[in-house]
Design a protein around this ligand. Structure first.
Ligand SMILES: Cc1ncc(C[n+]2csc(CCOP(=O)(O)OP(=O)(O)O)c2C)c(N)n1
Ligand SMILES: [Mg+2]
Length: 287
């Protein structure tokens, strides 16, 4: 199959996200990005974490792996190294990626593992009913921080830039067409790509609403941003107040991790013949 339609990408699973959830925008952007790219669907692998975002696995008719909490990047990395012909798309939550899975994040970025990471950054633990997350703003009130969150939030874009990520972007669920273009750019980028998505949780996060973001977001490409300039990218990534930039902050060409692995230079690992180890010989050697 060479071309896909949105219908091809739908599944029969009833969608259980709350009506108005920002995840609908992410699903729609993904469907339309894949339709636009005209790449056969068997080329893709979707890997999701645990949380409301993880249900995306059930709603997109693409081969997938619904992993465990915080482990999108290890699974995605393993899949990519085993079969580098796959285009590996990871979908993680803010809790999932920037709390439970935080340790994996800078390493995937600095290795330039060729996976695309889309984070549903709703600034709240959605599925477990609204606890404060690592990206919740300081002072954020929830059942786990009734007096207001004490720590400052993690800034995923600064973290990605400081970890030498070769593609760093931010999208907003209130602008699906723009987000779709970011997804396409990330998928076409050779190397690790982060698209942190401002996703609205209408049920538990009553602070970062659609209107909150509509009043603040602006597009980098409309302000002469130079995405090859790391200093500019860092400066823009620090803007978090009344003006919140969306778009591509930074992009650079750098060899991907697997290109430096001699074992898989000629063909993917899964296509290589299995040479059974001579067990007896090994046992003799090590006993
Ligand atoms: C190891 C582990 N710890 C905790 C949980 C419980 N848990 C399930 S979903 C979730 C929060 C998900 O929040 P986030 O990643 O932001 O996703 P969202 O629901 O907001 O999309 C937690 C803590 C779990 N499933 N596994
Ligand atoms: Mg969340």
């Amino acid at each position: 199959m060479t071309s896909l339609t949105r219908e091809d990408l739908k599944t029969e699973q009833p969608i259980s996200w709350c009506p108005g959830c920002g995840n609908f925008g992410i699903l729609r952007a993904l469907q339309t990005a894949l339709v636009d790219l005209k790449i056969p669907r068997e080329k893709y692998l979707v890997v999701t974490g645990i949380g409301c975002h993880g249900k995306l696995f059930n709603y997109i008719n693409i081969n997938g792996f619904h992993g465990i909490h915080g482990r999108v990047l290890p699974f995605a990395t393993g899949a990519k190294l085993a079969n580098h012909d796959l285009i590996v798309l990871g979908f993680a939550g803010d809790g999932d990626q920037y709390d439970e899975g935080l340790g994996h994040f800078p390493h995937a970025a600095r290795r330039n593992i060729d996976v695309k990471l889309f984070t549903h950054d709703n600034k709240v633990y959605g599925l477990t009913t609204g606890q404060t997350s690592p990206t919740s703003p300081q002072g954020y009130k929830s059942k786990t921080s009734p007096g207001g969150a004490i720590p400052t939030p993690i800034n995923p874009l600064m973290l990605a830039l400081a970890s030498n990520a070769s593609f760093v972007a931010r999208g907003f669920v209130g602008d699906v067409t723009h987000m779709k273009e970011l997804m396409k750019a990330a998928i076409q980028h050779k190397g690790f790509a982060l698209v942190d998505i401002l996703q609205v949780c209408i049920t538990f996060n009553r602070a970062q609403t659609y209107q909150f973001y509509r009043d603040r977001v602006y597009k980098l490409e409309e302000e002469n941003h130079d995405a090859t300039d790391l200093q500019q990218a860092l400066k823009r990534s620090r803007e978090t107040g009344d003006r919140i930039p969306i778009g591509i902050f930074y992009q650079e060409e750098r060899p991907v991790y697997r290109a430096r692995l001699p074992q898989i230079k000629t063909q993917p690992l899964i296509k290589q013949p299995i040479k059974p180890t001579k067990l007896k010989q090994l046992l003799r050697e090590f006993t």
